[in-house]
Design a protein around this ligand. Structure first.
Ligand SMILES: [Zn+2]
Length: 475
């Protein structure tokens, strides 16, 4: 190694095209002559064949490298060297100028990352091209826009017969939120499926990665060693798919091909829609105990189903999410006695009546004994005529407006009673414990964040869809 140590400025790592990958100077120098000679031949053959696409590149500057056979005593030692024309500012450039150590370190980082990025893109493309259905591909090539004036340069562009066009963005450093959104919007308009690919899931995960995973509905795609091995085995591009487990972690990764992915929804592709499923479960879990209590009470005490021990676990569950409800309950029950006890259960039954009527397209009542056409409106009007429900005019109007029963808002009788209720009592607002409790039980209609997320995901249930279009479909 004495000879090597005299060469302080030599290329320490060369990145070879797939499938070889990185070769360190130590590995090279430990090779038997036939092995490094073969490498040397391959590099030189490529150089003759396609001069602009070297088989091996300097990790730092990405300039093409060759294997120089250094004469030492009676033998030769293999060394990497830049092909002529290498940049003089490469820290490993022979005879380059000396730089301060910190500047060299910073430059090393940047160079190393861009080289790794390039290599990953090349490998991803190569894996896809094994597949006969990959009829077109490109790396970092301008994609002429179909709709908008400015095109983009996807890291890897793939056109797969039967699946369509894909933009694969290989993301090593954290992406920035505006750029993530801009790309999703752009490719969605262009009808190109966008997949973000990482090499690893760092801990803690930077926010930019979270942003991408969010767009991909709780799916993270990695091109890691397992994915690369499976890609070779299957003859197509395979990615490791990490699905959120709903507890802040990940399910065991699954190896997926582009065929396995859901590409029907625009903006992003995914294996499983983890986000919508989680939201829908959260909505149902929120009110399940109240619904069970109401059903049991109606069976066992049909005359007055709003007083029943069955509501105890329901109370406990909603108070766990809305702690302020405990104080309200104590005050309200103390002031209103028996009627106070039935208050929240009655309000729940009113909103359930609206939600289920909206869901079924016909009036369903869980409170009051109206029958015939228009019984939902009759029930709402009668409740709004009672001083106990005066404070909920805003709540009821909001709930109705965010439901498929929204047309009732414009009925003259309803408008008149709403106005009277507002005149007769201060209104509970969104920060009132009762409103918060109802928003916990019916987030599809009363929690604007969950409502918007469900709408964006195309999963807002029909009953909670107002008259206006909730989701602006891409043109
Ligand atoms: Zn270099």
């Amino acid at each position: 190694m004495g000879a090597f140590q005299t060469h302080k400025r030599t290329i320490r790592i060369a990145d070879f095209e797939h499938p070889r990958g990185a070769v360190s100077i130590e590995t090279l120098m430990a090779m038997e002559r036939p092995d490094w000679a073969h490498l040397r031949d391959q590099i030189n053959l490529r150089r003759a064949d396609i001069p602009g696409q070297p088989l091996a590149r300097c990790r730092l500057c990405e300039h093409g490298v060759f294997i120089r056979a250094q004469a030492v005593d009676d033998d030769h030692l293999p060394m990497f060297a830049h092909f002529p024309g290498g940049p003089e500012d490469c820290p490993w450039y022979d005879g380059g100028t000396i730089r301060p150590d910190d500047a060299r370190a910073a430059q090393y980082q940047g160079h190393q990352e861009s080289a790794l990025h390039r290599r990953t893109c090349q490998t991803v493309e190569a894996m896809a091209k094994q597949d006969a259905s990959c009829v077109d591909s490109a790396i970092d090539t301008y994609l002429r826009p179909a709709v908008h004036q400015r095109g983009r340069y996807p890291d890897v562009f793939l056109f797969m017969t039967g699946l369509g066009r894909f933009a694969v963005e290989v993301q090593l450093s954290k992406p920035f939120a505006p750029e993530i959104s801009a790309r999703h919007l752009h490719y969605d308009r262009e009808g190109v499926k966008l997949i973000w690919v990482f090499l690893e899931l760092a801990k803690p995960l930077p926010q930019g990665f979270h942003d991408v995973i969010s767009m991909q509905r709780g799916n993270a795609f990695l091109f890691d060693a397992a994915a690369e091995a499976e890609s070779l085995a299957m003859g197509t591009l395979v990615l490791s798919c990490y699905l959120e487990n709903g507890k802040g972690g990940w399910l065991a990764p699954r190896l997926v091909t582009l065929d396995d992915l859901d590409i029907t929804t625009g903006r992003s592709v995914f294996l499983e829609d983890r986000r919508s499923e989680r939201l829908i479960a959260l909505c149902k879990d929120g009110r399940s105990r109240w619904w069970q209590a109401l059903a049991q009470a109606r069976r066992e005490k049909p005359d007055n189903p709003f007083h029943h021990d069955a509501y105890e676990p329901a109370w406990a569950s909603v108070r766990a999410h809305v702690p302020a409800l405990s104080q309200w309950k104590d005050d309200h029950w103390a002031r209103h006695g028996e009627r106070g006890r039935a208050h929240l259960a009655s309000l729940f039954a009113i909103l359930c009546s609206v939600a289920h009527s909206a869901e079924r397209g016909e009036d369903v009542l869980y409170i009051s004994r109206y029958s015939g056409d228009g019984r939902l409106l009759a029930m709402l009007n009668s409740k709004l005529s009672s001083t106990s429900y005066f404070p909920y005019a805003d709540l009821l109007e909001t709930f109705l407006g965010n439901s498929a029963c929204r047309d009732l808002i414009d009925r003259a009788s309803f408008r008149k009673l709403i106005a009277a209720a507002r005149a007769g009592s201060p209104q509970v607002g969104q920060d009132h414990p009762v409103w918060m409790a109802m928003a916990r039980l019916f987030p599809e209609a009363l929690n604007s964040l969950i409502r918007a997320e469900l709408a964006d995901l195309g999963r807002l249930p029909g009953w909670a869809q107002g008259a206006e279009p909730e989701k602006a479909e891409a043109a």
